[in-house]
Each structure stands twice: as structure tokens, then as C-alpha cells.
Design a protein around this ligand. Structure first.
Ligand SMILES: [Zn+2]
Ligand SMILES: [Zn+2]
Length: 356
């Protein structure tokens, strides 16, 4: 019934490029030697100012055209999606039923379906109804069931509804309004040329200059690199600022499970904790290894035993990436149990050393 809103892709490209050209044209004329004067020393000569203006404009253009290019295809996809949605909305919206002719009371039928879009309101569909006997008035309803009653033009002098006659010529849209009450006559003339597209002889050339695909890709690539460099610099800076921390992390001894066992066993034995045994590790986000050992020292109480063992483990593992877990150790009949946790990720290791 109505031309679909979704248009061929090229039309969106044309629309987008026109915006790009307009912006770039504006930029191209925005900076002059004169407008730069205030940023330079008073004795700067005119040629230097002109060169500065040219350089600045080039850079500014490169940036604006590049930014437009970088958003081009996403924007176009967005526009097309929105128009496609409008078409879907138009398609699925049904006309209100049971609209009757005001003259004869017969059911009217839909003769026009029109999508109304408004920037600040949801789209609506307007339906026009005719009577099978062609009675007037026709009626118009929105999809929400509200009737649309057009405002009739009124006389500016006495506010009476006027009679209008239209005479359109090739050059003009001409409407004559005559007031039946006071006789006031008003003529409105709108020149058709106003709505004609202005001839723009430079457009193709400007479009080629400002909407160049290759230049655009170059810009996008450059920005990506710049961002990466920025990130590297930030990281380097942060590393310099936290040099001690990173050095400490670098000095941590990263041990395998078996190496931890080999490290601990002799140290513990010297203090009468024997037969150190590691159980199967619990591997989730971290590696946690439960262990048992036996206290063979005569007369050492359970609490003293736990305390000694914890202190010993803590000290031995201090410069490694392993820690005794915060739930500590438990003691039963001379057997002590606990869990060790490995820190592997850089950020965890940083936390580990900054806790010291
Ligand atoms: Zn009728
Ligand atoms: Zn009047």
C-alpha cells in the first residue's frame, strides 16, 4: 500500500556521505590565518599564520572525515534496521474495526494506510475509511482507535472557517482562502524552486575527497595503533611507578607442587613434624593442596603444635607463590591438617607481595 521505508543500501550511503561532505566543508572554511592570530605571538608574520591555518585545517579535516568514516557502516546499519522495524510495524498494524459511516451507519472500509513518524513520538499508523456508498465525510483513525479530525483553516480576521481554492502552477503552489463571513481574501504563494535541490557543482569532487574509503581505513588503522601505543605507555608508566612491587613479584619463587613438598618436609622434620603428606589437589580457579603431618614431639600441646606448624610454614613459604590458607591447621591425636594455596596469576602475585 505504501512505499516501504527500507530503501536500497546505496541511498543510505548517499545520505551519510552528504552529511560527511557538509561537515568537512564547514571544517575546511572554519580556520583562517586571522582566526589563529590570537594563539600566536603578535610579531608572527602573515605567511606563517597562513601556513599554520593550512596545516591545522588539513589535520582537522583528516580527523573529522576519519571519525565520520569510522562510524559510517554502523550508523548505516542502524538506520536500515530502524527503517526495517518501521516497515514491520506498518505491516503488522491492523486497522481499528467497526468504523461506521456518519451518514448511513454502514461499516466503512479502509482505503489508505499511512505510517506517521515523528522524532519525538512513537510511530503511528493512520487509516482512512470510505463508505461503500461514497458518503462524505471520510473518516481517519489512528491504530490506537483515536479519530483524527483535521483542523479546518480559519479566517485570520474573524476566525470563521474559510473556503480554499488551490491553483498550482509550474512555478508556484497558490492557495486562495475566502472568508464567507467577512469577505477577507488571503493568498498564499509558495515558490516551487525553494524545494528543488540546489545545483552543487563541487559535490562529486568533495565527496571523492572526504568520503574516500582508503583514507578512512587508514584513519581507523591509525587510531587503533595509537590506542595500543597508549595502552603500552600506560602500562610502562604504571610499571615504573610500581617498580618495587614488580621487582618483588619477579623475585617470588614459583614452585611446583612437588617442589613445595620437598621444601617443606626437611624443615618440618627438624621441628618434629614428620611424614608430611600432600593429598590430591583441589583445582578450581586456584590450586589448593590439602596436607597432613604428625607431631612427634613429647609434651607439645595441641595449641602449641598448631601454632609452631603455622609459623614454620609461613616462614618457609614466604618468598614463594604458596601460602597456608586462612583456615589454618587443625590438630587430632598428633595429626595436623591444613591446606596450601598456589598463586599463579600476575595480579594475584601483586596482591601477595603488597600484603607483606
Ligand atoms: Zn454511508
Ligand atoms: Zn472573516
Amino acid at each position: 500500500m505504501e512505499t516501504p521505508h527500507l530503501r536500497p543500501r546505496q541511498e543510505y550511503i548517499d545520505r551519510y556521505d552528504r552529511i560527511t561532505v557538509e561537515r568537512c566543508r564547514f571544517v575546511e572554511n572554519a580556520t583562517t590565518a586571522q582566526s589563529l592570530e590570537k594563539y600566536f605571538k603578535p610579531e608572527t608574520d602573515k605567511e606563517a599564520l597562513e601556513n599554520a591555518a593550512i596545516t591545522f585545517t588539513k589535520l582537522h579535516l583528516w580527523f573529522v572525515a576519519g571519525e565520520m568514516y569510522s562510524k559510517k557502516y554502523d550508523t548505516i546499519a542502524g538506520w536500515m534496521k530502524a527503517d526495517e522495524e518501521l516497515d514491520k510495524f506498518y505491516e503488522r498494524t491492523e486497522a481499528p474495526k467497526g468504523i461506521c459511516c456518519l451518514m448511513c451507519g454502514r461499516d466503512m472500509f479502509v482505503t489508505l494506510k499511512h505510517l506517521q513518524t515523528n522524532l519525538d513520538a512513537d510511530p503511528q499508523v493512520l487509516f482512512m475509511y470510505d463508505c461503500t456508498l461514497n458518503h462524505l465525510p471520510r473518516r481517519m483513525f489512528f491504530n490506537n482507535g483515536k479519530e483524527w479530525i483535521p483542523e479546518k483553516p480559519r479566517c485570520t480576521k474573524c476566525n470563521t472557517v474559510v473556503d480554499q481554492v488551490s491553483e498550482d502552477t509550474e512555478k508556484m503552489w497558490k492557495t486562495t482562502s475566502t472568508c464567507p463571513s467577512c469577505g477577507n481574501v488571503e493568498v498564499s504563494e509558495i515558490e516551487r524552486t525553494l524545494f528543488k535541490e540546489e545545483h552543487d557543482p563541487d559535490y562529486d569532487n568533495d565527496r571523492a575527497r572526504f568520503c574516500d574509503e582508503k583514507e578512512g581505513e587508514g584513519y581507523v588503522e591509525w587510531m587503533r595503533t595509537a590506542k595500543e601505543i597508549g595502552e603500552i605507555l600506560d602500562k610502562t608508566k604504571e610499571k615504573e611507578e610500581n617498580k618495587e612491587l614488580y621487582d618483588a613479584v619477579a623475585n617470588i619463587r614459583r614452585l611446583k607442587i612437588i617442589q613445595v613438598e620437598e621444601l617443606l618436609a626437611p624443615v618440618l622434620e627438624k621441628k618434629d613434624f614428620v611424614r608430611l603428606q600432600f593429598k590430591d589437589p583441589e583445582i578450581t580457579r586456584d590450586v589448593v593442596v590439602p596436607f597432613t603431618t604428625h607431631d612427634i614431639q613429647d609434651g607439645r600441646e595441641d595449641r602449641a603444635s598448631c601454632h609452631d606448624l603455622q609459623k614454620l610454614i609461613k616462614k618457609t613459604l614466604e618468598d614463594t607463590n604458596w601460602r597456608l590458607m586462612s583456615d589454618g591447621v587443625t590438630y587430632r591425636l598428633g595429626m595436623l591438617e591444613g591446606r596450601l594455596k598456589a598463586y599463579e596469576k600476575e595480579e594475584d602475585l601483586i596482591k601477595l607481595v603488597s600484603k607483606k
